[in-house]
Design a protein around this ligand. Structure first.
Ligand SMILES: *[C@@H]1O[C@H](CO)[C@@H](O)[C@H](O)[C@H]1NC(C)=O
Ligand SMILES: *[C@@H]1O[C@H](CO)[C@@H](O)[C@H](O)[C@H]1NC(C)=O
Ligand SMILES: *[C@@H]1O[C@H](CO)[C@@H](O)[C@H](O)[C@H]1NC(C)=O
Ligand SMILES: *[C@@H]1O[C@H](CO)[C@@H](O)[C@H](O)[C@H]1NC(C)=O
Length: 309
């Protein structure tokens, strides 16, 4: 065997090892801007959990989250805490109040309801709701639902500069409830299950979360809150399958060919160069030899020929 043949064989073997896999240990992991996309989410077809298919989109390095009520920008995905932080450009903040029902609110299709929910410490503040709003049915009776959530509420929100530009001064809840409903009603998602501005008869909303719940209230109040929607996600079953798959270096996905969208029967473990219905340590099916790419076959033939000389 000549030096030239040897170096050709070495070159081919190393190209074979790198063939088509930028990140061989995680066939499904990818990035959108600086956000990592990993299980249960996926940007490539067949990656992630089928229940979260068509939920995230990467547009010009901006990660977008799409549900019934609209599209949101994803600011962060926290895989350890299983949460997403979303931003709606038409949501009110401490700096500005957006009315005219331009905001998305937050409504998920009922099929998602058990798996995607704003966190219990996320406050929604509904702004400019009409007296006829379902929120105030029975108001000022005993079913008044507005309350502070995790120490965040409208009393503090009224201290924001955004209210300085408003024509109407905020109407606070007085001892006699004043002439009508308050200009802002703070509420937990759990109490209403959907933030649908038209259904609730509200003009706008804000959403905030406090990453440091033990922080003293005196420190900044509503100025110090983070504005956005914190959503907790959970995965339907399948954890055992996925843990075993990832432990053997695979990425969890599903079969896109006969996808039934919900069943765990069509889950796939994507291993380097092949797909398994269990994990990457399982015995490869006989069809593996047929999945060789031309370059792999060529390398094999050259290897065989050079071995003969
Ligand atoms: C991503 O980059 C932006 C600035 O471009 C930064 O504000 C943000 O914190 C970064 N996010 C993560 C998860 O690193
Ligand atoms: C919000 O409520 C309105 C009126 O009830 C309804 O027509 C609309 O479909 C709802 N939006 C969503 C996203 O569910
Ligand atoms: C919410 O918190 C503020 C500030 O701590 C307090 O003044 C207000 O009474 C609370 N409101 C309710 C409804 O508990
Ligand atoms: C593995 O499955 C995914 C999703 O169904 C598919 O896109 C991919 O082509 C498959 N890979 C192989 C090597 O069969």
């Amino acid at each position: 065997m000549t030096i030239a043949t040897l170096s050709l064989v070495v070159a081919l073997i190393s190209s074979l090892a790198c063939y088509g896999h930028a990140n061989p240990t995680h066939p499904c992991r990818s990035y959108c801007g600086n956000i990592t996309i990993d299980y249960p989410f996926g940007l490539q077809s067949g990656c992630g959990h089928p229940g979260f298919k068509d939920l995230l989109f990467c547009i010009n390095d901006v990660l977008m989250f799409h549900i019934s009520s609209g599209s949101y920008r994803v600011l962060d995905v926290d895989y350890a805490y299983q949460s997403l932080t979303l931003h709606d450009p038409h949501m009110s903040t401490c700096d500005s109040i957006v009315l005219g029902r331009r905001g998305n609110g937050f409504v998920v299709h009922e099929s998602f309801a058990p798996y995607l929910n704003p966190t219990p410490d996320n406050v929604f503040m509904l702004i400019g709701c009409s007296a006829q709003s379902p929120l105030f049915q029975g108001f000022p009776g005993k079913h008044y639902p507005c309350q502070n959530v995790s120490g965040m509420g409208c009393e503090e929100y009224y201290g924001c500069p955004a209210w300085d530009d408003m024509d109407i001064a905020p109407r606070r809840i007085g001892s006699t409830y004043g002439p009508g409903p308050p200009e802002c009603c703070a509420i937990a998602f759990e109490a209403i299950k959907a933030v649908n501005l038209s259904k609730l008869g509200c003009e706008g909303y804000s959403s905030a979360y406090n990453l440091a719940p033990l922080r003293l209230e005196a420190e900044g109040g509503a100025f110090g809150w983070s504005y956005g929607i914190r959503v907790k996600y959970s995965v339907q079953g399948q954890d055992v399958f996925c843990k075993a798959c990832e432990a053997t270096g695979g990425s969890c996905g599903y079969n896109v060919v006969d996808d039934k969208s919900s069943g765990s029967t069509n889950s796939l473990c994507m291993c380097v160069g092949w797909n398994s219905t269990s994990n990457c340590d399982s015995v490869r099916s006989t069809s593996y030899s047929l999945t060789w790419s031309p370059i792999e076959a060529l390398a094999f033939v050259i290897l065989l020929i050079s071995a003969l000389y």
